[in-house]
Structures are given as structure tokens and as C-alpha cells.
Design a protein around this ligand. Structure first.
Ligand code: PBE
Length: 302
């Protein structure tokens, strides 16, 4: 006798999402170009983690442009918190001033613009340098050569950042990018001997750009035979680790301004292998619908 298979019915559970309606306060009003900007956003620049160079540059800017005297302040948070605040502000066309930089997906995802910086506090453009410990050239010449040759363009870094932003594991994103860019990677590794199980330690700060670059170069070095560990930390310890030779390399020095303080502090205790990326930029940014705000000076006057 045949046993009849019972079909199991699938029950769909409908989740009721109760919308949370926030009360209408001054904080949720769209940008009013006729009113004073400062009072519409509590005289606040929305920033990121305290250790970031862009935070100390912004503090300098608040002083240099006389904004500090008007009680403008810089709010410390994280890149994730800042971009989520930006996301919400843009949805409601509310005013917001953020610490912005490129390459970063915030400039592709959102209609935002850099504010002009006539006092040149943030610098016109920056390069991201590769910094290694002293003695690496002698101890691990293969890694040194590859790190020295490592360079790419902002658009290439953005490709990796975008994958990670869309939820891909950074190591997987790096592997995919390497596979799709064999020519450039071959430029970095050309003629370099494979090694077997030598270890290499890299440090980085978990900013989107550095997650991308560190994972890519670490993977290239792994493919060369190195056992590479990458360790995320605050910015200051990344420099200290290189200076004390606790780590071999980092690829995240934004120069001349953003990481300039650490560059000066640790001068003579690291080897600067020069830019791995040119055409980076750091500054303050606002949504494009804030049409009358185009310069940092406008924060004071409008
Ligand atoms: N950033 C991204 C960093 C460097 C990389 C601009 C947020 C900073 O130190 O500000």
C-alpha cells in the first residue's frame, strides 16, 4: 500500500510594522535657505570617530573661520552613524553639514557637495601613502617591493568599497577585485619571488577606504605566499605599531594634512613608500539642495 505523502502547507507570517511617527520639531523641517543655517542644525557639524584626521582638521576649520565663536561644534560619532544621519536628513530634505571625504561611496550614493575652503584648512587634494617599518626592505624584500609598487586609482578603490557597502565580506571583495584586475596586480608583483609561509603584519583603521585597500594588498601578499594578518585599531596605534616594529606595514596615511599630525610625531621611525592613491579629498560637505551654502564661510554668514 502506497503511503500518501502529506503536503506540508507553508504558512506565511505577516509582520506588522508599526510606523513610528516622530513628532514634528524644528529638527525635522526641510532646509530653509532664508533662515539662519546654524540655528536650523543646532550649530553642529556631524562628524565621525574622534581619532580621524578629518576631525582635527574640522576643529581647526571651526577656529579659522570664526565658527567656534558662534558656538559651532563638531559632533563625534562614527562613519556609519554619520552616513545614517545623512541618509535620513536627505530623505526629508533637511539641512546637515558633515565631514566628507573621497574616495567614499557617500559621494555616489547621495547628492552632496564639498564646501569651498578658501583658507585651505583641509588642503586641496591628498594622497594616501604606504608606510612600512624600518628594516622591512632587508627582512622581507619581496613584500617590500610589492608594497612599494602598490598603487591604484580612486575609482578602483571605490569598486571594492561599493561591494563591501553592499554587504560583501571584505576579503571576498578583495579577491573578486584582484581577479578582475590581473594586469594592474601583475605590475605590482612582476618578477617578485614567491615566499613560503613567511608572516606579515598589517595594521589599519576600519574606515571604508582602508578596509578596501588593506584587504586588497593583504590578499595580493597572501597570493605571493605570505601569511598576512590585518589588525584594525585606532589611528594613533597604527603609527606606533610601525614605529616600534610591532607591525610591518599600513597603507592608510592620508597626506599631507589628514594624517599629518602622526606623520610629524613619528617622523624618522618609519619608511614612507609614497602614494598608493592620488586624488583623495577631505573637507566639509552638504546636500546639493542647500544651494546657497557653497563655502565654509557661508556657515558663518548664512
Ligand atoms: N578619513 C578616511 C580618514 C582617513 C581615511 C578621511 C575619514 C581620516 O583620518 O580622517
Amino acid at each position: 500500500m502506497k503511503k500518501k505523502l502529506k503536503l506540508l502547507s507553508l504558512f506565511f507570517v505577516t509582520l506588522l510594522i508599526i510606523p513610528v511617527i516622530t513628532a514634528c520639531s524644528s529638527q525635522t523641517k526641510p532646509y530653509n535657505s532664508k533662515g539662519k543655517l546654524g540655528s536650523q542644525i543646532n550649530y553642529t557639524v556631524t562628524g565621525i570617530d574622534a581619532g580621524a584626521g578629518i576631525m582635527s582638521s574640522t576643529q581647526k576649520a571651526l577656529k579659522a573661520y570664526g565658527l567656534e565663536d558662534q558656538n559651532w561644534q563638531l559632533q563625534t560619532s562614527s562613519t556609519a552613524a554619520m552616513t545614517s544621519t545623512l541618509d535620513k536628513a536627505i530623505k526629508d530634505k533637511r539641512p546637515i553639514v558633515i565631514t566628507g571625504w573621497q574616495p567614499h561611496w557617500m559621494f555616489t550614493k547621495y547628492p552632496i557637495k564639498f564646501l569651498k575652503d578658501p583658507k585651505n584648512v583641509f588642503g586641496k587634494s591628498e594622497s594616501i601613502h604606504t608606510i612600512v617599518r624600518k628594516g622591512l626592505k632587508e627582512d622581507k624584500p619581496e613584500a617590500y617591493t610589492i608594497l612599494d609598487r602598490f598603487h591604484w586609482k580612486p575609482a578602483q578603490m571605490s569598486e571594492v568599497m561599493l561591494k563591501v557597502n553592499n554587504g560583501m565580506d571584505p576579503q571576498k571583495a578583495a579577491k573578486e577585485w584582484i581577479k578582475a584586475n590581473p594586469k594592474l596586480v601583475a605590475e605590482w608583483t612582476k618578477g617578485v619571488k614567491k615566499v613560503h609561509g613567511k608572516s606579515l603584519k598589517m595594521t589599519y583603521v576600519a574606515w571604508d577606504s582602508e578596509i578596501a585597500s588593506t584587504n586588497v594588498i593583504a590578499q595580493v601578499l597572501r597570493d605571493q605566499g605570505y601569511k598576512v594578518t590585518i589588525q584594525a585599531m585606532e589611528q594613533q596605534p597604527t603609527w606606533a605599531a610601525i614605529a616600534t616594529k610591532a607591525a610591518d606595514a599600513q597603507v592608510s596615511a592620508w597626506l599631507p594634512k589628514t594624517s599629518g599630525l602622526y606623520y610629524k610625531d613619528y617622523k624618522g621611525r618609519f619608511v614612507d613608500l609614497g602614494p598608493n592613491l592620488k586624488g583623495a579629498k577631505v573637507g566639509l560637505a552638504v546636500p546639493k539642495y542647500m544651494k546657497n551654502i557653497n563655502s565654509i564661510e557661508d556657515l558663518k554668514n548664512k
